[in-house]
Ligand binder design. Structure first.
Ligand SMILES: Cc1cc2nc3c(=O)[nH]c(=O)nc-3n(C[C@H](O)[C@H](O)[C@H](O)COP(=O)(O)OP(=O)(O)OC[C@H]3O[C@@H](n4cnc5c(N)ncnc54)[C@H](O)[C@@H]3O)c2cc1C
Length: 356
């Protein structure tokens, strides 16, 4: 009895609890802060996709020269969000460098020109095809350039945001134990916190969440290698068979592969071989492999995110961010909060009730 009284006395009243600090939880936390809500974020920094993501904010599918779904809306929201966030975080996580696509043939040159003149893509693609300026790159048919792309160093973004939250005493460095969440007289109670709502943003960690419908999350493994190549001298993200992403100090990430039905958290020899073959196609210079990384994309069968709630809006979800979570999360967070506040319903394409 006495224990219960003490718990009640140190109970912290909040608007929201967020579970998971990948890009989903981060974007929501920032949006809640902008709207003046109280919240804490639980995260253990384990197995997150965001920490290993390529970090490219790019609105175009560069395999087919097509803009992604609602490209302009997501792109505008992301650009504004990350530039604004950079002002509050001390590590420099944001680079404004272009993405350049290696064109493989005269036919691809033609496809690029057609796309860059199309209604869908003309704001994103430069129509001029650049002569290859990089001695170490094989690109006899030149390079197409995507306008205004951003490149995020996601480990620095997460590190900076974590210490930003820590300063505000909004970061709880522990795993959220689902079985300790209770509803007491209509209010959610978790240990010493009482909240109006909990929003779960656990990426593939949602497979363990008893409130979720885990069959809707399909983890898709992706692998990068990190190389050192002093002669490469790239000042852009390059897209050939895979991306080559400059990290600074002559180092680059190359990837990422897309592997179905492999949930192991370790690198595979098949991916190494695939990425090395791609490098042979793309590079004239030598390189040394200095690292490998693996991440799980939380994808969904219809390739749209999963936002919203099932029976009660006290338990909400932001998941299924798929292959472009960094690009989409800032606007998705706005959509979810607008829906919760009754300002606008969720677009049906992302509402998780579509799977009920
Ligand atoms: C190899 C690869 C490359 C990618 N490249 C790009 C790219 O270039 N551009 C782009 O836009 N997108 C990219 N993506 C996609 C993007 O990274 C993901 O869509 C996005 O990171 C998913 O974010 P999330 O917040 O949903 O999940 P995560 O980043 O996985 O974060 C979930 C967090 O929740 C935590 N968690 C889970 N359960 C609990 C619990 N019970 N208690 C506390 N914490 C918990 C986890 O520890 C983790 O930190 C890439 C993904 C991969 C794998």
């Amino acid at each position: 009895m006495l224990e219960r009284v003490f718990l009640f006395l140190r109970m912290q009243q909040l608007d929201y609890i967020i579970v998971g600090l990948g890009i989903g939880g981060l974007a929501l936390a920032r949006r809640l802060e902008e709207r003046g809500h109280s919240f804490v974020v639980f995260d253990t920094q384990e197995d997150g996709a965001t920490a290993v993501a390529g970090g490219t904010i790019n609105p175009v599918v560069l395999k087919r020269f097509k803009a992604v779904w609602k490209a302009s809306e997501f792109f505008e929201s992301a650009q504004h969000f990350y530039r604004d966030l950079q002002k509050d975080l001390s590590p420099e996580f944001l680079d404004e460098i272009p993405v350049r696509r290696i064109l493989q043939s005269a036919e691809e040159q033609n496809d690029w020109l057609v796309a860059s003149d199309s209604e869908q893509c003309k704001t994103f693609l430069r129509s001029q095809i650049a002569v290859n300026p990089y001695e170490a790159i094989k690109a006899p048919f030149g390079l197409g350039t995507v306008r205004n792309t951003l490149q995020l160093k996601t480990p620095l973004l997460l590190e900076g945001f974590r210490s930003y939250l820590q300063h505000q005493q909004r970061w709880v460095n522990e795993s959220f134990a689902y079985d300790q969440l209770q509803r007491v007289e209509g209010v959610l109670q978790y240990k010493q916190w009482q909240a109006k709502r909990v929003i779960f943003c656990e990426g593939v960690g949602a497979l363990r969440n008893p409130y979720f419908l885990p069959k809707n999350i399909l983890p898709k493994k992706g692998e990068y290698i990190t190389i050192r190549a002093p002669k490469l001298e790239l000042d852009a993200v390059l897209k050939g068979p895979f991306f080559i992403i400059p990290l600074g100090k002559d180092t680059y990430r190359v990837g990422a592969t897309f592997i179905h039905k492999d949930l192991s958290p370790t690198p595979t020899s098949g991916s190494l071989e695939t990425l090395e073959k791609a490098l042979i196609k793309m590079l004239h210079c030598n390189y040394e492999i200095i690292g490998r990384s693996v991440g799980m994309r939380p994808t969904v069968a219809d390739r749209k995110p999963l936002l919203g709630w099932f029976e009660t809006d006290q338990l909400c979800f932001m998941n299924g961010l798929g292959t472009r979570g960094l690009f989409m999360a800032p606007l998705l967070a706005t959509w979810l909060l607008d829906a919760l506040e009754g300002a606008q319903p969720l677009p049906t394409e992302v509402d998780l009730k579509r799977f009920l």
